[in-house]
Write a protein that binds this ligand. Structure first.
Ligand code: AMP
Length: 604
């Protein structure tokens, strides 16, 4: 025991020292990372055709290589997906594609990755608990109840697997065969996490979490939305779960053999525990249910930065205000950084980018003043703008930047699409507040809907109104997270010229057409994960949008420049819209969704 403690302490110390070292030498590390990436990939087609000529220094790299978006490299990615194995982007073999929740043309973006990136991701994970243990001692004395899930995967025409980065990680030996470590000791057995059926996966993880309730010291999920979904699941299914705990048998709906076997090792008949859970869950109020059922929980580990901040009040309610801890910032392109002050308030969270993960550059972002204080980032960069990118150690406190990465897997000066603000420094490495994802207007779970997608979807839907001589005068939208799961609400103001009343089924068709027109991540959330509820259209009284404009102007918007916002968040505006709603319609069924890109269907 003493030996274990000693080892853990030593391991934590080493990890914290690593963070000290790489943040103190941030610039040197960044220089080395770029040299390493460019020298090993000197002969790849993408760098050669642009004339980098084997140079590995920052100056030549910046002068020669363009700053790009996904669409710029999509033809290369399509070639890899279609079976071209020549070194196009990376000299290493592409091991799989990571499908991002960011989309292009309605489909998930596909990030090529190489085997060794798994090691880099594991390294970032390994930093989290040593950091946390500085603030919350004793976390090695119990377990973490984390609701973790895999998503479906597809194969590209060439046979490469395409799946989300977390699915890739959980299925890797880095996760599955991790050696015993008190910090990765979870209540969910691997089999329950790796179960492809999301109901069985959730049910079995909840059951194991309840059985081990006294051992649980921390709870979490990746995003806040996922954790709230788990609470909702418990609300719906606690009677079955209690029955299983009372009798020591597993509900017959759980028919995945490996899940049953794994749960059997944990589940023992425990009528007292079943009585306790039943008593708590039958109470009228579910306020503080997390601390009631898992009384030793010290914090909730979920991302509540960015759009996820909309879930903070709900989490506070269910957890009786336990600390909400955002530990890391990552993406399919690359894992970026960690929060070195994890007990800070959600509004103050900043992530320290770890300089070994990739070569980072920063494109300054201007904020337009005004009511919307919209963020302006040019879509394609001219020569001058390309020169404005700064290195990691050169960012300025308080300034906002768009993140640009050059990764070990073959992305060069790639715009991730996130806007960050410099909040401070850890040694020489900057710490960033996550501000937003560019252009995203609506988000409930991992879906990211931008204004153009919304506009197209609405355009398709209004065709249903043509036979009634009705047109859409104005519209806006709102991500309603007061329902669980949350759902998109569209506020429509109509111009009615015809005399035939519009039947409700027509508006329901409009809802479904919008859903069918939205991107694949939205539709997957509706169909597979049930993490997004049916889309709603609220018809508002004529003149509502004039009132909205009056309101914006009363807050200081300029009359000349006023444009109807295509998404609203500000509570008084949502209230104004709701108070003028005359009817409401929901999508009657789920939209269609298939794993993989639509163009691959019939190709596999
Ligand atoms: P994906 O590529 O689907 O893994 O999504 C990655 C994106 O999720 C990032 O580029 C961010 O926009 C968002 N994201 C990841 N981590 C965080 C975080 N800690 N806070 C806010 N947004 C995050």
């Amino acid at each position: 025991m003493i030996l274990t403690d000693y080892n853990l302490e030593l391991k934590n110390k080493k990890t914290l020292q690593f963070i000290e070292d790489v943040t103190s030498n941030a610039d040197e590390v960044q220089k080395k990372v770029l040299e390493e990436i460019l020298s090993r990939n000197a002969h790849v087609e993408y760098l050669q055709t642009r004339g980098l000529n084997g140079h590995t220094d920052r100056e030549t790299f910046k002068k020669t290589m363009p700053v790009i978006t996904y669409e710029d490299i999509q033809p290369h990615i399509d070639r890899i997906a279609n079976g071209d194995t020549s070194p196009i982007l990376s000299s290493n073999a592409i091991s799989e594609f990571l499908t991002s929740s960011g989309t292009s043309g309605g489909e998930r973006k596909m990030m090529p990755t190489i085997e060794e990136e798994l090691g880099r991701r594991s390294l970032l994970y390994s930093l989290l608990m040593p950091v946390m243990s500085q603030f919350v001692p004793g976390l090695d004395k119990g377990k973490g109840m984390y609701f973790l899930f895999i998503k479906s995967e597809a194969k590209t025409p060439s046979g490469l697997v395409a799946r989300p980065v977390l699915t890739s990680y959980y299925k890797s030996t880095h996760f599955k065969d991790r050696p015993y470590d008190p910090y990765t000791n979870y209540t969910s057995p691997n089999e329950t996490i790796l179960c492809p059926d999301s109901y069985q996966s959730m049910y079995s993880q909840m059951l194991c979490g309840l059985c081990q309730h006294k051992e649980v010291l921390r709870v979490g999920a990746v995003f806040a939305s996922g954790f709230i979904r788990a609470i909702k699941f418990l609300e719906k299914h606690w009677r079955f779960l209690c029955n299983d705990i009372r009798t020591g048998t597993i509900d017959s709906q759980i028919n995945d053999q490996s899940v049953r076997e794994a749960v059997t090792k944990i589940l023992k008949p425990d009528p007292k525990l079943a009585d306790f859970i039943e008593a708590e869950c039958s109470k009228d109020s579910w306020q503080g249910i997390i601390t009631r059922l898992w009384p030793n929980t010290k914090y909730v580990d979920v991302i509540v930065t960015g759009t996820m901040s909309q879930y903070i009040p709900t989490l506070d309610y269910y957890t009786n205000g336990l600390p909400l801890v955002c530990t890391m910032y990552a993406s399919s392109e690359c894992y970026f950084g960690v929060n070195l002050n994890p007990l800070c308030k959600p509004s103050e969270v900043s992530y320290t980018l770890i300089p070994t993960m990739a070569y980072f550059e920063f494109l300054p972002v201007q904020r337009n003043n005004g009511v919307n204080s919209s963020i302006s980032v040019p879509k394609t960069l001219n020569e001058k703008e390309q020169q404005e990118l700064v290195d990691l150690v050169d960012v300025k406190l308080g300034q906002e930047y768009e993140l640009v990465v050059t990764t070990y897997s073959g992305l060069y000066r790639y715009r991730v699409g996130d806007v960050l603000r410099v909040a401070g420094f850890k040694n020489n490495a900057p710490q960033f507040n996550f501000i937003c994802r560019k252009n995203v207007v609506l988000c409930i779970d991992s879906d990211k809907t931008d204004e153009v997608e919304l506009q197209n979807a609405v355009k398709n839907a209004v065709n249903h109104l043509l036979p009634f001589d009705a047109t859409l005068a104005e519209y806006t939208s709102y991500a309603d997270t007061t329902t669980i799961p949350g759902h998109y609400v569209l506020y429509w103001e109509l111009s009615l010229n015809g005399t035939t009343p519009i039947p409700p089924s027509v508006f329901e068709d409009c809802c479904l057409t919008i859903e069918e027109s939205l991107n694949s991540v939205y539709r997957q959330g509706r169909v597979c994960d049930k993490s997004i509820g049916p889309l709603e259209i609220k018809i508002v009284e004529p003149g509502t949008f004039d009132k909205l404009m009056d309101y914006a102007i009363s807050l200081g918007a300029s009359i000349n420049q006023y444009k109807t916002p295509r998404c609203v968040k500000f509570a008084p505006i949502v209230e104004l819209l709701n108070s003028r709603a005359v009817s409401s319609f929901f999508s009657p069924k789920c939209p269609k969704w298939f794993p993989g890109h639509k163009q691959w269907i019939n190709m596999n």
